[in-house]
Design a protein around this ligand. Structure first.
Ligand SMILES: *[C@@H]1O[C@H](CO)[C@@H](O)[C@H](O)[C@H]1NC(C)=O
Ligand SMILES: *[C@@H]1O[C@H](CO)[C@@H](O)[C@H](O)[C@H]1NC(C)=O
Ligand SMILES: *[C@@H]1O[C@H](CO)[C@@H](O)[C@H](O)[C@H]1NC(C)=O
Ligand SMILES: *[C@@H]1O[C@H](CO)[C@@H](O)[C@H](O)[C@H]1NC(C)=O
Length: 735
């Protein structure tokens, strides 16, 4: 028997795909989306799902299903108000699913009279927002009684069983395909193989049954569908069997995406092709253009906004596309083939993507520009209903299939390499959060993704452009790198240009949790003048007396209400004055060995009792690393002998190298090692995210530490950590 959703093969494939190219312009007017063509068989039932934009008005308004008449009128058959027409009495339902912004129409006991044009829509009249659906109900095909039906998906294999009587045991066996009145030979026991089936068919006397021969046809194509006859013997005493082979092309799954938002295509082609290369392509007339594949090829149109992640070892993978554009709408296929390119006769899976231009996602800048040494504020939208979700910024990396290591997470994790220059400001209730990145370098240019652990549709992408700085900076701190002496006073001044005259200026102390505002003094604010005097545009902050824990990064910035503007950063080192040489880079095994001498030279120029500047901005890089460790040391102060002099720090360094990886090994166990606490916590956070969620989620984004590990590959602790994490991140590495 025919399967209910059976579609006549071959022809329809082309019809559907060519229609698609012509029609979107007509349909994008309405944000309602559903299946264009639905086919079914008399006596069976059908379910049609229509999507509407996620607004509360839409969730509550009337949903309808009407039939297009010759007059142009659309006659309501069923609606969410409870109306059911005579024709549909007792055989149809309309169900609204406000939680996923869909409604479904179920129609049972289909007759051929149900074939026609329909609309699923939203609104009080039948002329508002709608989508046109064509329903075709056909009679189940009539076969000769002795016909055996094989129904297989495109690209799969079929084994046809052909029984015969003892008399024909030694006669010729064959399979032919009916074409009109003739039957074209496919394969026979004399080793003939029709060229159309070359290398993909086999005739065998398999198994224990001596009265059965088999014909395998592999890599089924749509053109293989049809009536076949298998035959043993050649005269009137021959055994014959009629076979109807149906090759099903996958029904496209509908995907509803909002402009600027994101969608995911989950591809599962089965274990048989687990080890083949995989691809996602997009139908363009009769060809399918490659979008991305597991061999690292990618359509440049998706640069920065596409990720391919492997889900498991059975070949499942998913492709995430963010920053959806109007022109992304269309038919997509995923498939497997060693070439990484579409190939006839290999399994595929299909989607139709609809892009709703009336997006609920607020427009945000897709390009953010900064200058070397300057800063940018990236405003990330998220679903305002999910203000408690965790928020992230990850950096899209172009290598291979693209991956996106998390740089900052709203719960106080900042990627090591970004310590001191990256902060995430959650703005609850507003549907946005802001990520500030300062001390920009040309290497920061690239694509970044905003995402949360909640609604995955709201992922967005932003491109950061970094150009050479020209002219004087808008914000400038003096003195420039500081070594402060505990017990003394330190004043930091931040000079701003008149451009920022009317904005709020602030000083804050950076930490993993963000930048904590400090009391500060705005010189200009105390002046009666309303004009901008460039000499007085200073906001200063004083630490008095300086304490050891004041060490760290300080930011000076401007903002206007919730809108964060430019920032600049300065690192304040706090060092006890001792007779001997100062050791600034004690703990970090990765810090280049040449740092200390260089700083010693600098220090010799610092006078005895004053907190002064280090006039060497090149030290910034090293100091950032120092800070990472200093921060941890600070967090663990209770456990560390706080009085540990420089000499002891050498010991701590060893502890770091050996215990950090160990801490990770034990991350889920009960043993907590003090040294590893901070790093440990970071990783536990990440693990819980990936294990709670089973859909495409944070598991697709690499651990914040991965990049640090890769960059510092030469240093033993990180190398080992990276390896460890690769295990739980196997999604990325295997397939
Ligand atoms: C929408 O939600 C309902 C109930 O939760 C579910 O049965 C249905 O499959 C969902 N539809 C889609 C398209 O996800
Ligand atoms: C189909 O429609 C025709 C004419 O509209 C009607 O005579 C016939 O009874 C209908 N058949 C069914 C099964 O409803
Ligand atoms: C079809 O058969 C071929 C040859 O036996 C095998 O390599 C391939 O994996 C099979 N394909 C599927 C989809 O089962
Ligand atoms: C939300 O954002 C708007 C526009 O950016 C701003 O005017 C408003 O003050 C913000 N509200 C809150 C609560 O942050």
């Amino acid at each position: 028997m025919a399967q209910p959703p059976w579609k006549p093969p071959a022809m329809r494939f082309f019809v559907a795909t060519t229609l698609l190219v012509i029609l979107p312009a007509v349909f994008t007017k309405s944000p309602i989306f559903g299946p264009q063509d639905v086919s079914s068989v008399v006596g069976t039932s059908v379910s049609i799902t229509c999507y509407y934009p996620a607004t509360s008005v839409n969730r509550h308004s009337r949903k309808y299903w009407c039939r297009q008449g010759a007059s142009g009128l659309c006659t309501t058959l069923i609606s969410s108000n409870g109306y059911v027409s005579k024709e549909y009495a007792d055989r149809a339902h309309l169900i609204n699913f406000p939680e996923n912004n869909t409604f479904m129409i179920n129609i049972e006991q289909l007759t051929q009279n149900d074939t026609g044009s329909y609309k699923c829509g939203l609104g009080t009249s039948n002329r508002g927002l709608f989508f046109e659906v064509s329903l075709e109900v056909s009679q189940a095909p009539d076969f000769p009684i002795d016909t055996h039906v094989y129904t297989k998906d495109l690209g799969r294999n079929v084994t046809i069983d052909c029984p015969f009587q003892k008399e024909n045991a030694h006669s010729k066996k064959s399979l032919c395909k009916k074409i009109g009145q003739t039957c074209e030979l496919v394969i026979d026991s004399t080793e003939y193989v029709n060229p159309k089936y070359k290398d993909r068919t086999r005739l065998s006397m398999k198994g224990t049954n001596p009265k059965l021969f088999n014909v395998d046809i592999n890599y089924l194509r749509l053109s293989d569908a049809g009536l076949y006859v298998c035959q043993a013997g050649e005269d009137s005493s021959a055994d014959r069997k009629n076979v109807d082979l149906q090759v099903l092309e996958p029904k496209p799954e509908l995907v509803y995406g909002d402009l600027r938002a994101s969608v995911a295509f989950d591809c599962d082609l089965g274990r048989e092709v687990a080890h083949e290369a995989k691809y996602l392509c997009r139908m363009n007339k009769e060809t399918c253009d490659l979008i991305i594949n597991t061999l690292g090829q990618r359509d440049p149109a998706f640069e920065g906004r596409i990720l391919l992640t492997r889900k498991d070892n059975n070949g499942r993978f998913s492709v995430l596309i963010t920053g959806l554009r109007k022109e992304d709408a269309g038919h997509y296929l995923c498939g497997a083939h060693s070439s990484g390119l579409p190939q006839e006769g290999w399994p595929i899976q299909a989607w139709q993507l609809f892009v709703n231009e009336e997006s609920t996602m607020p427009p945000s800048r897709s390009v953010v520009k900064g200058v070397t040494g300057g800063s940018v504020a990236i405003v990330c939208p998220y679903n305002p209903k999910e203000s408690n979700s965790l928020k992230y910024l990850c950096r899209w990396e172009a290598d291979g299939n693209g991956h996106c290591p998390v740089l900052v997470e709203s719960q106080g994790v900042v990627h090591e390499q970004y310590e001191g220059r990256l902060a995430l400001y959650d703005q609850p209730g507003n549907g946005t959060y802001t990520v500030i990145l300062n001390q920009l370098t040309p290497q920061d240019a690239g694509s970044y993704w905003c995402l949360t652990d909640g609604d995955s549709r709201w992922r967005s992408t932003v491109e950061l452009q970094v150009s050479e700085a020209t002219g004087t900076p808008n914000l400038e701190v003096t003195p420039q790198n500081v070594i402060a002496v505990p017990g003394q006073a330190l004043t930091l001044s931040c000079h701003y240009t008149c451009k920022y005259y009317s904005q709020e200026k602030y000083w804050c102390k950076w930490s993993n949790e963000g930048c904590h505002t400090l009391p500060s003094l705005d010189k200009a604010a105390r002046l009666p003048s309303v004009s901008c005097d460039p000499n007085n545009q200073v906001i200063s902050m004083t630490l008095n007396p300086v304490k050891k824990e004041d060490e760290g990064w300080y930011w000076c910035g401007v903002k206007k209400g919730q809108a964060y503007g430019e920032t600049t950063a300065i690192y304040v080192a706090v060092e006890e004055k001792t007779g001997g040489s100062r050791q600034v880079s004690p703990l970090d095994a990765n810090a280049p060995a040449n740092v200390a001498p260089e700083e010693e030279v600098v220090e010799s120029g610092v006078s005895e009792n004053e907190n002064k500047a280090i006039p060497n901005p090149n030290l910034l890089e090293e100091e950032r690393e120092i800070d990472g460790v200093g921060d941890q040391a600070q967090e663990n102060r209770a456990a560390v002998d706080a009085g540990s002099a420089d000499g002891h720090k050498g010991t701590s360094k060893v502890l770091f190298s050996t215990l950090v990886p160990l801490g990770l090994v034990l991350a889920v166990g009960a043993v907590a090692v003090w040294v590893a606490r901070v790093r440990h916590r970071k990783n536990v956070d990440r693990m819980s995210i990936s294990s709670y969620r089973t859909d495409i989620s944070m598991a697709d984004f690499k651990n914040p530490r991965d990049v640090g590990g890769n960059v510092n590959m030469g240093a033993s602790p990180d190398t080992q950590e990276t390896d460890l994490e690769r295990k739980d991140g196997m999604y990325f590495e295997n397939a």
